[in-house]
Each structure stands twice: as structure tokens, then as C-alpha cells.
Design a binder for this molecule. Sequence first.
Ligand code: PEP
Ligand code: MN
Length: 341
Amino acid sequence: MLIVMQVDASEEQVRRVCAVIEELGYEARPMPGRQRTTVGLVGNDGRVDGSRLEALPGVSEVIHVSKPYKQVSKEWRAEPTVVKVGPGLAVGGNAVVVMAGPCSVESEAQIMAAAQAVKQHGATVLRAGAFKPRSSPYSFQGLGLEGLKLLARAREATGLRIVTEAMDPEGADLVAEYADIIQVGARNMQNYSLLKKVGKLRKPVLLKRGLSATIQELLLSAEYILAEGNPDVILCERGVRGFDSATRNLFDLSAIPVVKSVSHLPIVADPSHGVGHRDMVTPMARAAVAAGADGLLVEVHPTPDRALSDGAQSLYPEQFARMMQETRLIAEAIGRKVATA
Ligand code: PEP
Ligand code: MN
């Protein structure tokens, strides 16, 4: 950490900064320049709260030299993390993993039809929420435990792995019993009790970017999970709040190469919540794979017009079939392939 002093800072003010640094248990190294002095804080273990130094008289700014996260960083681990999702399937290797299914589990007939359709067209993971974090308390809240049981039945029938959301620490154990991947939704990206809880479980976690979260905040949330001992985190870009209502969110494709440049964790893309309209999902799915996404999370419904949630962004099975064909071509063009069962 570097503490840059104001041009007119007095020697007394520089001494005060050094004294506070030493009081905090670190070494202070004043570096006088032609115009101003900069004080280096040596030995920062990530625990230094820069705001205490920022407010001292004579300080112009505090520059953070190292990143606030550790274990999610490439400096901590150079090789990419490959998250195993049961036997024969992994996220973060050469194969692009497609996770598809309805927003919510609605009934046995609906989830079975959805599972069969996405399996037929080449998905390897079935997505669907049993516990739904809805913006309105009057919207469909999901089938809960009954939904988890239906997902288990769909897995039995198709061999697809299951990704489904846990909304709170109390429910995470239950979700972990049924799911192959525990989803932490956008609204819960900064639910630190939930992050600590899934960090203690031995199941892969799909962590979605928060509604208005920066990439650094996403990585810090992943850090919570790794810090508790669970290394199997898959990040997910699902769009952030924008100012333009033409799409539901602003799907941030650039998050994919940004994450790849600083972290070893795999990242998948959710173009469905990213754009919110089914006709725009496939172009963004193609783009995400081209940008280096390790997988896709896509909403597909056997009858989207009757969906209890997110019908407008759910693909018809035929649209999904086409999306898969195109995605395979893009994956091949960059030396990857789409994961197969
Ligand atoms: C979902 O995946 O259905 C969902 C609720 O997504 P998000 O948390 O990204 O809004
Ligand atoms: Mn949804």
C-alpha cells in the first residue's frame, strides 16, 4: 500500500502517517520525492484498512498495490481450476459445459419434458430453481423440497447433473443433498452467511454476479467460499443493471476475459438473465463461448408461454437445439468442444 502525501504536507504530517502505520504493526518507508512524499506500507497481509490512513491530515490518496483477494487470484494458483461435477464431467477444462432448463421446477410433467429436451439436444446439466428468490413476494416462490425431489427424479431418468439454487444457510444442506452444483443467485452474492455456509460444504458452487456488483466484488465473494475450504467455485456472469431498458440487464461479456486475466476460477455465462428476451439469447450465448466462457447457463422451457417465471427469456426446445449446433461450431473454432455425456 502506498500513502501519497499532499504537495504541501508538513514533515509532522508525514511522521504522523508513519506512526499510525507502525501502530498498526507494519513497517513505514517514507520516500521523499521532488514534489511530494509517498509513504510505503510494507508487509500488508490484506488486513490493512486504508480508510484509516486516507483520513489523516496531509494525505492525498491511498494506492492499493496488491489485490484484496488472495486464493481466487492467479498469483495464488497459476493453473486453471477444473471443477469436477460428478464422474466424467468438469467445468474449467477444454470442454464447454451447457447447463439448461427452466427457470423454476413447476411440475413433474414440466421438469421431465424439459430434462428430456435439453438432454436430447446435448446439455449435460439440468438447471431449475426449487427455491426462487423473486423480486415480488406475490410471485411464484418455487416448489421447495418437492421441487428438489422432482429434480432428483429427472436426474435418475436422464443422467443429467443438477444445478439448483440455495437461498439461505439453513436451506443449503437440503439443496446439497439433492444438487450436483449449488447455485448462489445474484441477489445473494453478498449474503456472507450463505457464502460461508457453502464454503463448508463439499459440493461445487455456482456463484452468480450480483445485480450491480463489480468483478472485484464477485471475486471477493468467491474468496469467502475458498477461505472456508471449498475450492470448487464456478463464477457466472449474468448481466448487471444498466440504464437501457432494451435488455433486462447489461450482459457484460468483457467480464469473461477480465476474470480469466486475474483468476484461475472457471466462469460460465448466463445470457438468459443477461438479456431477458429469448430472441437475443442465442447470439449472446455464441458470443460468450467465443469470449472464452467455460460453460453456459440457459433457460429452456417445454412451453415458455405457460412458464411460471421468466417465460419471455426461455428458449423453445427447437431454439435450444439450434443454439447448441451453433455453439459447437464456435467452440471448435477456438479449439474447444461442447461437453458430452
Ligand atoms: C435464475 O438463475 O433463475 C436466477 C434467479 O438468476 P439470478 O440470480 O441471476 O437472477
Ligand atoms: Mn430465471
